[in-house]
Design a protein around this ligand. Structure first.
Ligand code: ATP
Ligand code: MG
Length: 458
């Protein structure tokens, strides 16, 4: 369930973050030592590929329940990627706040015992998560109040302004007339976005005045039922041609002195031909100056929000200029490249930091030297109508990419069903030359797409 906020309520929320942070951080403590007799419980609310990274890390790095970390994963369908890796799982509609609360309490009856709750998906009852975290002492990470700001584009922009962070010029509008006025002030093109969405749903780039009304109606229609408000931004025309996009991941965690500190993943670069995540790589090819800006800005956002865990800040980079765009208080799609390119991937970083374990600088170093590592999405065919069964995939056929001299890898998620464009896996390729690495990742991705077999309708 989502609630519409007024501008005043948003400002009021931002005014309160400082005291929320103090109260919430005051309840957090380092987890030392891990105790197999009384394992800490890590709940992934959402068990897709990002949840899977965190849950598998509990086994791969900490010995699972026997090592002192018991994992639980929730999702809305059976056979979800993290389900088989987790010690326990539940299948239910996570948008239902009552069910969410009931299942969290089933696994963590006493919130004073070690646990962490990772909100892997956005589409949950954010107010219930807030209540569990702030009123009942549950460790909803990175913070229980973060989604109220981060999932609301207007609140996020107000936060950028409060922190005096660079961003594309923006304004909000409640009707056609206001959209026209803002477009006149900024000059066309502008980009019109719903207050609350992801994956480009409801967003339009508007080049002529005639299209403004349609863009406004389109945004309101996709706004997850949060009213008539849209955000209008000055479009940065150079972004696609001369600029690039970055996800700056910040990990807030306890250090060896029991203090909460920020550590930074090197900036992750990504490109998107369409509206959704397509490819990302490490290291980025941006200037040192821009990389410093990305880190500094993201660090200030993480300090403002507080808590412990992963923050992912989306930024647009043009030369040395950095424009902050969005913030996720959780791991990020583009960060999946960390599975190959960092000593600890973003899921393991989320697990480790949110449980109160330490992150050391080695974890955040690039694992493969002298190459670019590019991750590329592997999608179900766009021609699929409705939902179909996934029959399996042919691993030996996929390995033919090696005979083409391509160095790379494939991560198959194992989802039981597919719909048009559903993400089924990730391809990765490694080369000293970035463009070659990008081409090779695409070769593996397209080969992989041909190796997955689909059956009849579900
Ligand atoms: N002001 C802008 N100028 C130029 N390009 C923009 C601007 N805003 C957004 N874009 C482009 O559109 C993409 C999606 O925008 P944004 O991240 O704000 O929306 P979203 O729906 O939340 O997408 P996602 O959930 O995939 O991150 C950006 O990654 C960027 O490529
Ligand atoms: Mg985005």
């Amino acid at each position: 369930m989502v609630y519409k906020m007024t501008e005043e309520e948003r400002r009021d929320l931002l005014d309160k973050i400082g005291s929320y942070k103090k109260e919430f951080e005051g309840r957090l403590s380092p987890l030392d030592p891990l105790d197999p007799e009384r394992p800490a419980v890590f709940i992934s609310v959402g068990g897709g590929e990002l949840g899977d990274l965190a849950v598998t890390a509990a086994k791969g790095q900490y010995g699972g329940a026997g090592g002192g970390v018991r994992t639980v994963a929730f999702d809305r369908y059976n056979g979800f990627p993290a389900q088989d890796a987790a010690d326990a799982s539940e299948v239910f509609d996570m948008k239902n706040g009552d069910l969410l609360e009931r299942y969290i309490k089933k696994y963590v009856p006493d919130p004073s015992k070690p646990h962490a709750i990772y909100m892997e998906v956005e589409m949950i009852d954010t107010h219930r998560a807030y209540k569990l975290g702030m009123d009942e002492g549950y460790k909803v990470m990175s913070t229980p109040y973060g989604p109220l700001v981060c999932m609301d584009r207007h609140a996020t922009k107000l936060m950028f302004d409060r922190l005096r962070l660079e961003r594309a010029d923006w304004a909000y509008a409640n009707n056609d007339k206001e959209v026209h006025r803002i477009a006149k002030d900024f000059g066309l093109p502008v980009i019109v976005k719903p207050v609350m969405t992801s994956s480009g749903h409801g967003t339009s780039i508007v080049k002529t005045g005639k299209e403004l009304e349609e863009a406004y109606a389109h945004a309101v229609e996709h706004a997850r039922g949060v009213g008539d408000e849209v955000v209008v931004e000055r479009f940065l025309p150079g972004l696609k041609t001369m600029g690039t996009e970055i996800t700056q991941i910040v990990v807030r965690h306890f250090n060896e002195h029991g203090k909460i500190v920020n550590s930074f993943v090197p900036p992750i670069e990504h490109r998107r031909p369409g509206a959704t995540y397509h490819e990302s790589w490490l290291p980025s090819a941006i200037s040192e100056g821009a990389a410093e800006r990305c880190k500094a800005d993201a660090g200030r956002i993480a300090d403002f929000m507080g808590g412990i865990g992963v923050y992912a800040v989306e930024q647009f980079v043009l030369g040395d200029e950095v424009y902050n765009n969005e913030v996720a208080n959780r791991p990020h799609d583009t960060g999946m490249v960390t599975r190959w390119m960092l000593n600890m991937d973003e899921g393991a970083l989320q697990l480790t930091s949110t449980l109160g374990l330490q992150i050391n600088p080695f974890h955040l170093e690039i694992a493969r030297q002298d190459v670019y590592g590019v991750a590329h999405v592997v999608l179900a065919p766009l021609e699929i109508k409705k939902e179909v069964k996934v029959l399996g995939w042919n691993a030996s056929k996929l390995n033919h990419f090696q005979t083409k001299g391509v160095r790379g890898d494939f991560w198959y998620f194992g989802k039981p069903t597919a719909y048009a464009g559903r993400r089924m896996g990730m391809a990765a390729a490694f080369q000293p030359d970035l463009e070659k690495a990008r081409r090779n990742a695409e070769i593996i991705a397209h080969l992989a797409e041909g190796c997955i077999e689909y059956g009849g309708r579900v």
